[in-house]
Design a protein around this ligand. Sequence first.
Ligand SMILES: NC(=O)C1=CN([C@@H]2O[C@H](COP(=O)(O)OP(=O)(O)OC[C@H]3O[C@@H](n4cnc5c(N)ncnc54)[C@H](OP(=O)(O)O)[C@@H]3O)[C@@H](O)[C@H]2O)C=CC1
Ligand SMILES: CC(=O)[C@@H](O)[C@H](O)COP(=O)(O)O
Ligand SMILES: [Mn+2]
Length: 386
Amino acid sequence: MKTIIILGSTGSIGTNTLDIVQRFPEEFRVIGLTAGGNIEKLEEQIRQFKPRAVAVSTEASAIELKRRCTGLPVDIVYGEDGIARVAAMPGAELVISAIVGAAGLVPTLAAIRSGKHIALANKEPMVMAGKLMQEEARKHQVRIFPVDSEHSAIFQSLEGHRLQDVRRLILTASGGALWTLSKEELRDVIPERALQHPNWKMGSKITIDSATLMNKGLEVVEARWLFDIPESRIDVLVHRESIIHSLVEYEDRSMIAQLGLPDMRTPISYAMGYPERMPLDLPSLDLTEIGKLTFSKPDHDRFPCLRLGYESLRIGGTMPAAMNAANEVAVEAFLNGGIRFVEIADVIRSTMDAHAAREIRGLDDALETDRWAREKADALVHALPH
Ligand SMILES: NC(=O)C1=CN([C@@H]2O[C@H](COP(=O)(O)OP(=O)(O)OC[C@H]3O[C@@H](n4cnc5c(N)ncnc54)[C@H](OP(=O)(O)O)[C@@H]3O)[C@@H](O)[C@H]2O)C=CC1
Ligand SMILES: CC(=O)[C@@H](O)[C@H](O)COP(=O)(O)O
Ligand SMILES: [Mn+2]
């Protein structure tokens, strides 16, 4: 029996994780959950999974949740500090890190520093402070298991092989909701259209990232730190069907890939059960039904965000954290109707141009950069003519 804590339990990854727990009640016990503001869903989860402690973002949410959960044996705390305390609470072996965005950095680091293994879906902390996270993981003898489907595929394709034999990592990209649109058509895209991912049902932020290809830019940075490989040896291949989840090329030119239907429960369960594979009762991939798989090169002209990911790594230090924060601000502005789809890349580009990158020596450098870049990106958003 593995005891687990789920950060971001009310989201897409969080609920898929709880689906695994429900399927394997003898294997996993949930002792802590955290959410943002969806207290209705969190209340349901408390009643079903009986965690010892939960945390929510605000005091108001905590007060309402306490009222709803009167008589239930659960500690309810709130705020960044409360979420970090639940992430680090004693008695858990594994923390599923599934908050969206930079808000996951402090709690994920708190979990690492308290000696818990991490199943990492929340890629933004790895983008902001990958070197620091890996140093802390080594110091506390913690393993970080990838949940992100591409990184899970690479992790699986590396099993049993030597890192020194790897030639390059190849991340696949679906191309997102807008891959077939021309540059002119991209100008007029509304959020509802950009949110229609062809293969995956995910939270809104990552779905927009997928449509701009920033998701792949973030994933290149994530892969650099997860697998300790320079960005010059990480490639991206557009594969619309999301069946091949990523590949590793070895020095002898063999390529090893992981395939499967697009269902996050497979990579989540692999990270949760590692090294065991959970017998998931899900439909099998039938390649005869799929018929053909297609591949093409990324289009950097229509989707410039992928290049920004590479560039942030080449500059290094705090630049990926600045890029990440600008992206979060720009995506939110787009979702709220404040900027056009094509302006997301402009806001990130201009924020990066204005940022003087420095080395990340500790958490404060990442957090300070995050604050600075949010302010800068916000000012850029408001300066756009709308
Ligand atoms: N969805 C997917 O299939 C995949 C997701 N990922 C990554 O996993 C992470 C989660 O994605 P996804 O599940 O889609 O996102 P969702 O938007 O569906 O869920 C986000 C979760 O984070 C919580 N949350 C949001 N903001 C805060 C905050 N400021 N403080 C505390 N909690 C907060 C939300 O709480 P509430 O809803 O209660 O407000 C919710 O539980 C992202 O980093 C994403 O890139 C990676 C691969 C695949
Ligand atoms: C499921 C998952 O891992 C997402 O990050 C997914 O990869 C998004 O797909 P694309 O970014 O390739 O559209
Ligand atoms: Mn992914």
